[in-house]
Design a protein around this ligand. Structure first.
Ligand SMILES: [Zn+2]
Length: 131
């Protein structure tokens, strides 16, 4: 099955997951962006993004979550859509739905245990990246 046929469905046939265990915080800030030299995968679903980690400045990894994962935020339950992570600094970022991460309005998770838990959920429910 090619990417365009399966883009509408994750490996759970489009099932969604609501994660109420951990609350993400709503923050504002800017992210540096650049063109990565090469796209590298991290796990099955994460791949190099154009955004750099605000802490270590390395390229973050991105997973396309569609609307299959919903997270608990101060604004209520929200779909993750695209998620960006630095696994060295153990941080995850997600743009506010309807906005780009570059607009500087985002949800974040920074506790190592929470990030590891969420990364597992995201890896399960995200779409496969384009080949
Ligand atoms: Zn980092």
């Amino acid at each position: 099955m090619d990417y365009f046929n399966r883009r509408a469905l994750n490996e759970y046939g489009g099932k969604t997951k609501e994660v109420r265990e951990y609350e993400w915080t709503h923050e504002h800030g800017s992210f540096e962006q650049d063109v990565p030299e090469k796209i590298v995968r991290s796990g099955a679903k994460f791949y190099t993004s154009s955004y750099k980690c605000p802490k270590c400045k390395k390229f973050m990894y991105k997973a396309n979550v569609g609307e299959f994962v919903w997270i608990k935020t101060p604004d209520g339950m929200k779909p993750l859509k695209s998620t960006f992570g630095c696994f060295e600094c153990c941080m995850l970022f997600s743009a506010i739905p309807g906005k780009m991460l570059s607009e500087g309005d985002y949800y974040t998770l920074k506790d190592k245990r929470d990030v590891m838990f969420m990364t597992t959920i995201i890896s399960d429910y995200a779409l496969y990246p384009p080949q």
